[in-house]
Design a protein around this ligand. Structure first.
Ligand SMILES: [Zn+2]
Length: 112
C-alpha cells in the first residue's frame, strides 16, 4: 500500500527535477563561436588563446590588399594578432592578463 502511494510521488519528483535541470540557466546558456559564428550551447565551449591557434586559415590576405574590390567580407581587425582574420567579435574575449581568447565550438577547435 505504501509503495503504491510513494511511487507516483517519486515519479513526480523525478519529473520536476528533470524539468528544472533542463531549464536551468546554465543549460540554456549559449556562446558564439569566433570561427564559424554559430551559437552553441555553453557546455561545449572551448576557450583557446589566440596565440595557441593557427589563424592562417581564417585570414583573408585579399582584405589587406588596397586594390581588393568591396565584395570581400569586411574584417574588423586590421592590426594586432587578429589582423585580417574573419572572426566574429562576439567570440573574442580579453583575459585579465591582456591576452586574447577565442570561444570555439568543438568542430572549429578540432580544425584549429
Ligand atoms: Zn565553430
Amino acid at each position: 500500500m505504501l509503495c503504491s502511494i510513494l511511487k507516483p510521488l517519486l515519479i513526480k519528483a523525478a519529473i520536476i527535477r528533470d524539468f528544472h535541470s533542463a531549464k536551468s540557466t546554465q543549460v540554456l546558456k549559449f556562446f558564439t563561436c569566433a570561427s564559424c559564428a554559430e551559437r552553441v550551447r555553453h557546455e561545449k565551449l572551448c576557450d583557446r588563446l589566440v596565440s595557441d591557434v593557427s589563424l592562417d586559415i581564417l585570414k583573408n590576405s585579399a582584405v589587406m590588399d588596397p586594390d581588393t574590390p568591396a565584395t570581400v567580407p569586411p574584417v574588423l581587425y586590421m592590426d594586432g594578432p587578429l589582423a585580417g582574420a574573419l572572426v566574429d567579435p562576439a567570440g573574442i574575449h580579453q583575459n585579465e592578463d591582456g591576452s586574447l581568447s577565442l570561444s570555439l565550438c568543438p568542430s572549429c577547435k578540432s580544425a584549429s
